[in-house]
Design a protein around this ligand. Structure first.
Ligand code: SAM
Length: 319
């Protein structure tokens, strides 16, 4: 299938977002069969023991320099991976490297009070718990009923014991729990542009400029709620799997405008050996309008055969 199957308005837009020398690779990624990334769940299993066991079972494993629990296998081995006892025992979790990076960048510490404001199915919540050594307080919010129960099942299967789950709208949390959390992840509902797959028309059928606008409105309300729920000196990581600036830099710019004295955009601390070539800095203007210069500290991960497209912006609530 050709690239012309991307929604026309999206194809035009992405050419304005991605620098021309990197656009070809990004467009090509919409047709690629991705490798399968997963991580060993350090709550339940020893990294080396699981790695050795999977190697013995014949998996063609590539290690990931920047996170020792992360591994990659070729796509054709995915089914076999889901048939292993490690998979059934919750000792591994299939998760794209971009998604693994978000909790790692948030860097939650043991004994902190942490909130995942849009949590299902729980891929990032379970990694947050693992990074906290399953100690401290972790709250996970998801309003959609069937997704909420999937989140609970995943937390259970992955051995997470510190999480309290709430089936509620994230937009109400800030008022209910003001200044309660040390760190918050807002992996916001989005237009999922990074999930477009030119081999699957369904992956793009929900997209429209109107949908992007509607989603960005919800994101702004969620960001406000998250900001209210954050302690002073607390850290909020906002992320989406969308490319559209309206869902990313522009959503954050609204928060900065409303709380200019209180919000600081922090550079994202990437692991030392993280491949910098997949990073694009945040935009500081869009459609001819200037955005706060500090948004250059946000990042887009540009998709390739290992990484899904992703946006991240780290914010601090100043004391
Ligand atoms: C990008 S997904 C989260 C993925 C999850 N963080 C993970 O890594 O497994 C966004 C989630 O936000 C949920 N959501 C939608 N509206 C919401 C709202 N008003 N408040 C909180 N979550 C919401 C969606 O149902 C969806 O599960």
């Amino acid at each position: 299938m050709s690239i012309h199957s991307l929604p026309t308005a999206f194809a035009e837009k992405i050419a304005e977002i991605i620098p021309s020398d990197r656009l070809g690779n990004v467009l090509e990624s919409f047709t690629l069969e991705k490798n399968i990334a997963f991580r060993i769940n350090t709550i339940k299993a020893d990294v080396q023991a699981v790695k050795t066991s999977l190697l013995n079972k014949g998996f063609d494993i590539t290690e990931v320099d920047w996170y020792k629990a992360a591994l990659i296998i070729p796509a054709h081995q995915k089914r076999a991976l889901t048939e292993t006892n490690e998979f059934h025992a919750g000792e591994i979790y299939i998760q794209n490297l971009s998604s693994q990076l978000a909790p790692i960048a948030l860097a939650p510490e043991a004994e902190e009070t942490v909130l995942d404001l849009a949590a299902a199915p729980g891929g990032k919540t379970t990694l947050i718990a693992a990074l906290m050594n399953n100690t401290g307080r972790l709250s996970a919010v998801e309003p959609v009923r069937d997704r909420f129960f999937r989140l609970k099942a995943n937390l259970d299967q992955q051995g997470v014991t510190i999480a309290k789950t709430y089936m509620t709208d994230g937009r109400s949390v800030g008022k209910k729990c003001p200044e309660m959390f040390d760190r918050i992840l807002l992996d916001a509902p989005c237009s999922s542009e990074a999930r477009f797959d030119l081999n699957e028309a369904d992956s793009m059928s929900h997209w429209s400029p109107a949908k992007v606008k509607e989603t960005s409105h919800k994101q702004r309300r969620l960001l406000l709620s998250a900001f209210y729920a954050l302690k002073k000196d607390g850290i909020l990581l906002y992320c989406t799997c969308a490319f559209s600036p309206e869902e990313n830099e522009v959503s954050v710019a609204h928060l900065i405008k409303d709380f200019a004295e209180e919000v600081e955009v922090l550079p994202i601390q990437l692991p030392e050996s993280f491949p910098k070539e997949v990073i694009q800095n945040g935009l500081t203007s869009w459609k001819g309008k200037a955005l706060p210069a500090a948004l250059q500290h946000a990042i887009r991960i540009l998709p390739n055969e290992q990484f899904d497209g992703f946006f991240m912006c780290m914010l601090k609530k100043k004391a």
